[in-house]
Design a binder for this molecule. Structure first.
Ligand code: HEM
Length: 221
């Protein structure tokens, strides 16, 4: 039986690609948090990343592939789950339906929408909040670019909203990764569920701290 051809195989693919993206989100938060250590720290971090050259492109291609697989099978799983499907029951029997589990497709699509905006803003640098200097000079002064952008209330608000969607997605998603990859069982599932909720909350607080610190003037240029 191929991984692609049955519901359990597709859950494994969802879990593996989800785990990869979770690790990225954790690493990205650690890197972004250097903004609290000041201009040199964040700009130095961005310069190190850009200096990796072709490795950055390999990472982008791998990440794009993971995202595409996760999205594709997420849509298929959602469609299957709305039909009566005994295999789906076998996969999900340890999990109670919650607000978070039932809204996975919607929070996932919101995060995708945010990601399109985020890449246009800070990677392509084509959104109206980005100055001509920041657009022409990569990585340049990433610290000033981020602080300038988050001083717009609407942009800080979009980020906080997107982080709430990410929190909702991960609140169910982290425990689901463990279950889909066979890393939890009936006994360990409650602990795994609590771990997922704590980690999702820490990511929410960590990511929101940046726009909130800027919009409130705690972090300035
Ligand atoms: C406060 C929140 C965030 C801040 C301040 C932030 C900041 C940044 C910056 C400055 C870059 C461009 C780096 C550079 O080219 O030098 C970037 C790239 C990126 N961010 Fe974020 N980010 C945030 C949240 C997120 C979240 C929640 C995700 C995922 C859901 C994400 C995914 C990405 C991706 C995929 C890239 C592109 C990496 C690349 O290939 O260049 N970011 N972010």
């Amino acid at each position: 039986m191929s991984l692609f051809a049955n519901a359990v195989g597709r859950k494994v693919l969802m879990g593996a690609t989800g785990l990869f993206m979770l690790l990225f989100v954790l690493a990205h938060l650690l890197g972004n948090s250097s903004i609290f250590a000041g201009r040199e720290a964040l700009n130095g971090y961005a310069e190190h990343l850009h200096a990796l050259g072709p490795l950055v492109w390999i990472a982008r291609i791998v990440m794009g592939t993971m995202l595409a697989v996760h999205l594709f099978f997420g849509i298929i799983l959602t469609m299957e789950n709305s039909d009566a499907n005994p295999e789906k029951y076998a996969v999900n029997k340890m999990l109670k339906a919650t607000f978070y589990s039932q809204t996975m497709i919607w929070t996932g699509l919101l995060i995708l929408g945010f990601l399109v905006f985020h890449l246009a803003q800070f990677t392509l640098r084509i959104t109206p909040d980005i100055t001509a200097e920041a657009a022409a000079n990569k990585p340049g002064d990433v610290f000033s670019m981020v602080v300038n952008s988050f001083r717009y209330f609407a942009i800080a608000g979009v980020y906080v909203g997107a982080m709430v969607a990410l929190f909702c997605h991960l609140n169910h998603g982290i425990q689901s990764i463990f279950q889909s990859l066979g890393l939890s069982n009936k006994c360990t599932q409650p602990k795994v569920t609590s771990f997922g909720k704590v980690l999702a909350t820490l990511l929410l607080l960590g990511y929101c701290a940046i726009p909130v610190a800027i919009i409130t003037g705690i972090l300035t240029k």
